[in-house]
Design a protein around this ligand. Sequence first.
Ligand code: HSE
Length: 400
Amino acid sequence: MSTKKISLGLFGFGCVGQGLYDVLNMSQGLEATIEKICVRDKSKKRRLDNDRFTFDKDDILKRKDIDVVVELISDTTAAFEIVSTAMKNGVNVVSASKEMLAKNFAELFKLQQENNVSLIYEGSVGGSIPIIRNLEEYYDNELLQSVRAILNGTCNYILTRMELEGKDYGDILKDAQESGFAETDPWLDVSGCDAKYKILLIGVHAFGLLLKPEQILNLGIQNIRYEDILYAKEKGLRIKLLTRAEKIGDKYRIYVMPHFIDKSSELYNVMYEYNAVEVEGAFSCKQLFTGKGAGSHPTGSAVLSDISALTYNYHYGYKKLKKFQANNAGSDPAKLLDNSFNTKVYVRFSNKKEIEKLEIISIEEEYKSAKNNYIIATVNFKSLFHFCDNKDSKVFICEV
Ligand code: HSE
C-alpha cells in the first residue's frame, strides 16, 4: 500500500466542514493539508483566519496542486457543478452531499469512468457508519436480501425525545437544528427525503440498482403527534423512520416510512441521533451496523476515512451496478420495483376527506373522536404515493 502527502481543497465550512477540520487536526498518520476553503457567505464570522478562505470556487478548481476536492455544501446545484468540474479536471472528489449524489448519480457515474477519477461518499450515508464501502467490497459476492435501516439522525432524535420527554415535535426539531443534525432545510429530514437519497445510494452498492429519487416512496414524521407515540408505547412499540430495500423474488421493495418496531428488533434500541443499518444476506444472515448518523465529528470522521482511502487510490468498483447494467442493457431499473403489494398501516387523520385517495382494502381497527380518528388498515402501497412529499397533508401514516 502506497501512501502520500495529500493537498485538499475544501468546499463548505459548516457543521461537517468544521468537523473534518477538527478530526484532521487530531488524527495521526494521515498527511493531509487543507490548502484553501471555499465558502459562500462573506459576512459570516469564522474561527480561522481570513486568508484560509476564498469566495471564488476557481481558487480551488483551477489550482494544479490540489489532489482532492472535498465537497461539503448544502446547495445541491452548486455542489454538482463543483464536483463535476473537479472530475472533468481529473481530480478525485470526496462528497457528503446525498441529495446531489442521488439526483445526479447517472451523470456522476459516467464522469468517473470517462475521466478515470474517483468519487467517494461514505459520509453521505449513515454519518460515521462505514456502510457504502462494506456493501460494495465486503458483500460483493454475498446474496443480499435486505437492508433495513434508520438513516436520518434528526428524525430519530426527535422521535426519541418525544417518547422520553413527552415534548412537542417543533421544540425538539429546533434542538436538532442547533445541534447541527438537521439539514439547512429541515423538511428534507422530516419528510423522509434525506433518508430516500441515502437508500438510493445503498440500492446502487447493495443491489446494483440505480433508481431516480422520484421513483422511491418517502413518508416522513412531519405530521406525528405525541398521541401517535403514546398509541405505540401502550402496545410496547416504538415508532422509527424506517428505510428499507428488500429483494422479493426478482423484484425490489425500496421505500421510507415510519414503522412500529417491537422490542425483539435491534432497531428498537437505536436512540437519539444514532443510525443503524441491518444487512441480511443469504450466507451471512443478519448483521447490524450502528453509530452516530449525524453531527460534526462523526460525519467528519467518515469524510476523513474517504480522504485516507484516496491515498491508496481507492475507487468504488461498482461491480454490482456494472453487472446489472450489462444484464439489463437499456432497461429502466424501476421496472424491477415492486409497488404492487398491500401493506398494513396505522393512519391518523382529522376527517375522511383527507384519506379519500388512500386505497383501503380492509379495516382491522377503527377509532373515532371529536378531534381525531385513526384506523389500522390494509392498504394498496401504490396509493401511499399521494402522501409522499405532500406539504398540504396532515395525515400521519405508520407501517404496522
Ligand atoms: N440531516 C441528516 C440527518 C444529517 O439528520 O441524518 C446526516 O446525513
